[in-house]
Design a protein. Sequence first.
Length: 229
Amino acid sequence: MQEFAALKQRAEAGDRVAQRLLAETHADCYFVNEDREAFISTMDMRKRGLSDKSQIGFLEQATRERIEQCDAVDGGGPLDPLLAGHWYAEAAKRGDLAARAMVRAQVLKPYDPAETEQLLEEVLASGDPAAIFYFGATLREDAAVTSGEPTEALTTGALATWSWMVAACRMGYDCGPTGRVMVSNCLDTRRCFGEDMDTHVLTRELPTDAERRELERRVGEILGLIKGQ
């Protein structure tokens, strides 16, 4: 509770990173705090669909820790559904590139090619692992840049999202087994293997050697562009 109170205080004081982290916290805890019984029931249903004991154990641990986390968020009571978006927007206004990517993704319209190129250049120049991760996580194939644009090779195709996210992980973004990324992946998709994201993508999301080689090529290109800034 003290950690959440301190985070909220920093966010309200204008700290853009704290604002993004607070937005993440509200997003993670909205369903948990809105209907605790429904959340637990959903996790129990997902657990029944697993047969591997290690996956079951990881899901149980992730469920307990998410409940403990959300108990500290405004006393564990229901949350305003607009708060996550509000804090992402506040962080974006103050220059947080990760939050800007998220705000852009929440607008249900095709991405503007020029805006995509500008954001990509700013993300690469920042060298910020969070910005790299969010930029990748919010790419959508059906709303990417048009053919021939300078950003096309880095923002389109089935591997675009994975490439940016893996690059961010290799830059130090928390993609470990117990970090927010993989815990949320477990809770949301029942893929509870207790492994880091890099390993998960290469061993479970990409079934062919050709896809894995292409991912490594793309990740290398992204990391090379960041170092070349």
